[in-house]
Design a protein around this ligand. Structure first.
Ligand code: 1CP
Length: 400
């Protein structure tokens, strides 16, 4: 099967702020994007959703591309990255599970016991099952016209396992945790099986968005890369990391994330690709931040709002860049509060030094007003400039 992917004439990237910050550089201003920036708070998204089901949006490259571009268009010049419109649950779906969105995800046939693992394939043909993601990435890279980099993503194995076992979201994660405690070996099998699909999904996204002069044949899996630039990013979302006690998180949830980082880098290297920066958003896994910084194998660690910038930087040192971490509910607090809190966040991260990507501590929620979202972005632009004092000193010197 051949995919509709053209990697020959991709536009040259014009804004690499986020790539530089992800590599640990102290950028002139913090790059900013927002988790779930394409979605239900945008009237233009709701308009599209009136006519198409959720998975139709994910699986139709033209629609996924349009939804990805909506926030970039509306907040022109304010967002420093796009994130491909998709969902973490496309992985269990590709593994044969039924997913319904009504509107929260629901999986009517969850994996309840280790015997149920037999229902899951050991390997899947990722081009066949998830080729629509690669087509959407490729189309979006063309349509973005190099304005900002495109973030590819997947869910982390523990978070996906939680959905697959619970059959949807959960308050207690009782069933998924029961698996980890009662059937650790079967849990590892499940986590590894999911991780293998995640690796292929991430690698495929990088290859589909590869820069000018990359020659890729998706049909036979051979990729001959003449030349490539490190101008993309990947993020792994471990949204339910904080549900596990730190020791259990490190024993069960972290290893598959390490595996993903290692495998993605190895596979890209084997294809002659220079690799891309990778972010791990292990939401709320603050007690493991020091371990994540030294051992996880990611360039950037995403933070939720339950830690201060100073505390986080102290724990990770300068081994990694940081991303985050304003409270998503701040966007309901009015624009004075948004400005004041964003200023505090910026002061905190700038004081700690190192690479920093501004974001919320979790996704933007549906009732947020578009103008308040814009105020958040504008405030980051205003308050995250490095050395504004210097400019002020220069001005006051001139006055003298
Ligand atoms: C817009 C949307 C998405 N997923 C869902 C929706 C709403 C569905 C609708 O249109 O009604 C269902 C959809 N899918 C999911 C949820 C969360 C529900 C729950 O709490 O269990 C919903 C409502 C599961 C999901 N999906 C995702 C996560 C990880 C991030 C996080 O923690 O928020 C998780 C946990 C990732 C995700 N999901 C989505 C993106 C798109 C790109 C962007 O960020 O702009 C991304 C990155 C898109």
């Amino acid at each position: 099967m051949s995919l509709r992917v053209d990697t020959e004439n991709l536009p040259v990237l014009k804004n690499d702020l986020i790539i530089r910050a992800a590599r640990g550089e102290e950028t002139e201003r913090a790059p900013v994007w927002v988790m779930r920036q394409a979605g239900r708070y945008l009237p233009e998204f709701l308009e599209v959703r009136k006519h198409h089901s959720f998975f139709e949006c994910c699986k139709t490259p033209e629609i996924a591309c349009e939804l990805t571009l909506q926030p970039i268009r509306r907040f022109k010049g304010l967002l420093d990255a796009a994130i491909i419109f998709c969902d973490i649950l496309v992985v269990p779906e590709a593994m044969g599970m039924t997913i319904e969105m009504n509107p929260a995800p629901s999986l009517p046939n969850p994996i309840r016991t280790p015997e149920d693992l037999e229902r899951l394939p050991e390997r899947i043909d990722v081009n066949k099952k998830l080729g629509y993601v690669f087509e959407a990435v490729n189309l979006t890279r063309h349509k973005l016209n190099g304005e900002v980099p495109l973030i590819g993503f997947c869910g982390a194995p523990w978070t996906l396992m939680a959905y697959m076992v619970e059959g949807g979201g959960s308050k207690t994660y009782q069933k998924a945790k029961e698996w980890l405690y009662r059937w650790p070996e079967a849990s590892r099998t499940l986590l590894t099986r999911v991780a293998d699909v995640c690796v292929d999904l991430l690698v495929g996204q990088v290859l589909a968005g590869a820069q000018v002069s990359c020659r890729i044949s998706f049909c036979d899996g051979q990729a001959k890369l003449k030349k490539s630039l490190k101008k993309q990013l990947l993020q792994v979302f471990d949204s339910w990391a904080s549900e596990l006690p730190p020791a259990l998180y490190q024993e069960m949830a972290l290893p598959p994330c390490q595996y993903i980082a290692k495998q993605v880098r190895a596979k890209l290297q084997a294809l002659g690709h220079p690799g891309v920066p990778m972010t791990l958003f292990a939401k709320g896994a603050n007690a493991s931040l020091d371990v994540l910084a030294s051992e996880a194998g990611y360039d950037v660690l995403g933070l939720d709002s339950s830690i201060t910038p100073a505390q986080a930087r102290k724990l990770v040192g300068h081994k990694v860049a940081l991303q985050g971490n304003a409270d998503p509910m701040l966007l309901y607090g009015g624009q004075d509060a948004i400005k004041a809190e964003v200023k505090k966040m910026c002061d905190g991260f700038l004081a700690g030094g190192g690479g920093w990507i501004a974001n919320l501590g979790h996704g933007v929620t549906p009732q947020v007003q578009v103008d308040d979202f814009r105020c958040f972005l504008e405030s980051v632009h205003k308050y995250s400039r490095r050395n504004p004092e210097k400019a002020e000193v220069q001005v006051s010197n001139e006055k003298l």
